[in-house]
Design a protein around this ligand. Sequence first.
Ligand SMILES: C[S@@+](CC[C@H](N)C(=O)[O-])C[C@H]1O[C@@H](n2cnc3c(N)ncnc32)[C@H](O)[C@@H]1O
Length: 296
Amino acid sequence: MSEQSEEGQGAAAEVAEWWAENPMTYGAAHGQTVYEDGAYELGTREFFERVDREFYSWNQPLHGATPFDRLFPYERYRGRPVLEVGCGMGTMASNWARHGARVTAADLNRTAIEMTRRRFELFGLEGRVRQEDARTLSFADSEFDYAYSFGVLHHSPDLARSIAELMRVLRPGGGFGVMLYNRRSVLYRYNVEYLQGFLHYENQFLGPLELASRYGDGDTAEGNPHTWPITREEAFDLFNPYSRDVSVRILGTELDSIFRQMLPFVGRLVPRFVRKSWARRYGWSLWITGTKDGGL
Ligand SMILES: C[S@@+](CC[C@H](N)C(=O)[O-])C[C@H]1O[C@@H](n2cnc3c(N)ncnc32)[C@H](O)[C@@H]1O
């Protein structure tokens, strides 16, 4: 094994371990199962329902009649093979299963796999749940008709390779949707660069990747080993080689809570329509969609 790939393996193991210990529970902090209305036991029906309520509330503008139907073309892929990379607690995969997709939910960390399997069992849903590294997926070429990943690949130590893998397992003409953090966002500029980097003087000790990893995931207590947000332009550069119809939208769903938490006084003075237009330009989430080239 080359030195570089050994280093890559080490980084992925560290990422997997961190997320296994601090899974995406949507609690007070990663891994916690305490919410505003009390504590829940990990892996119970009530826990999964609570995770979903919180996850949905963070993404209110993305739902219509059913959760995330403003993001996902559920009906187009009914009965078709769909892949999620980085399923966390299995919320999105379970929605795809409810809409009749033949879903495969993959994640690097064992807690996510255990929890997603448990959720599917508890709620009587059909689907495959597999422990996988986004950079080296074990699936066959063109195995899936639709592939998505939400808030995951910026944690992968090799983003370009993870995207190449996602595209390899997607059939030509298949659709994709990938959410990656935006470096030109209020959250990054204010929380990471200004508040932590400049005001708290952390940029004297941490390089940009370390700073983003520690403070870029809305969880300043413990940080995580790898978080690297990208720009809109970088998103086009990364996805254009695979698709002629790449589109990059900024979701901006978090801007209201940023105003509440980080700028409580200024936030109150800024009218909602201004906040909304900022959210569309400087939001934290880039939603990258397209169709893999080569279809009929
Ligand atoms: C912020 S959580 C998002 C989970 C879920 N998509 C959600 O939105 O709730 C990030 C997830 O990415 C997973 N992850 C990080 N690096 C990965 C990789 N290289 N391959 C697969 N999953 C990865 C972590 O284990 C974790 O479950």
